[in-house]
Design a protein around this ligand. Sequence first.
Ligand code: DC
Length: 222
Amino acid sequence: MTAPVIAVDGPTASGKGTVAEKLARALGWTYLDSGVLYRLCALQARHDGVDLADEAGLAAIARALRVRFPHGRIELAGRDVSEAVRDESVGNAASRLAVLPSVRQALLALQRGFRRPPGLVADGRDMGTVVFPDAELKVFLTASVESRAARRYKQLIEKGFSAKLPDLLRDLQQRDARDANRAVAPLRPAEDAIVIDSTHLDVDATVERVMDAYRERRRRAC
Ligand code: DC
């Protein structure tokens, strides 16, 4: 039997990472933040001097990605990049290379490798539509762009990064447009996803809603 998957997709700063991680912890399942893999490709490309227009070069990076997650840290080719990977410029570069079909293809097997018993909670843009189309539960988590920009601003300031709210809002709008309008695996809810708007919900209430939906699925499956 394959391990169950809960797919949590949504736009940048929708809170999907926090929600998915809490869900995984509550269930005792593995957690995959698939955006990190795209961000790591962007970091490695910057390190190697590979241009974001060089699809073959970027796909080679994606295929050879040497990543480890020791004790909640993120290691790329032996370097601790836990902080660097969260930089906004890295997120923007990740969004640009994520439009490239051969990069996405190269990361498929790596992402599917995280599926192991007792289960996996995976967050990203195409977890329910492409990577785990047979996920037991698919959630599309969204929130207004203004509230997402405000949340991202708070996160960055708390971590000691400098940030300007109008710039963040503009970047989020650009990333939303790029992620939603690309030809391959665009950001959109899977047909069988439940859509949760978290503009007026806090993290715990959102997690509870997903848990309820999962319990309901299980109940109906029995
Ligand atoms: O979730 P994030 O902000 O860390 O993701 C960074 C970028 O990576 C995002 O703008 C688009 C891309 N991405 C993707 O295309 N597919 C995924 N499953 C996850 C991220």
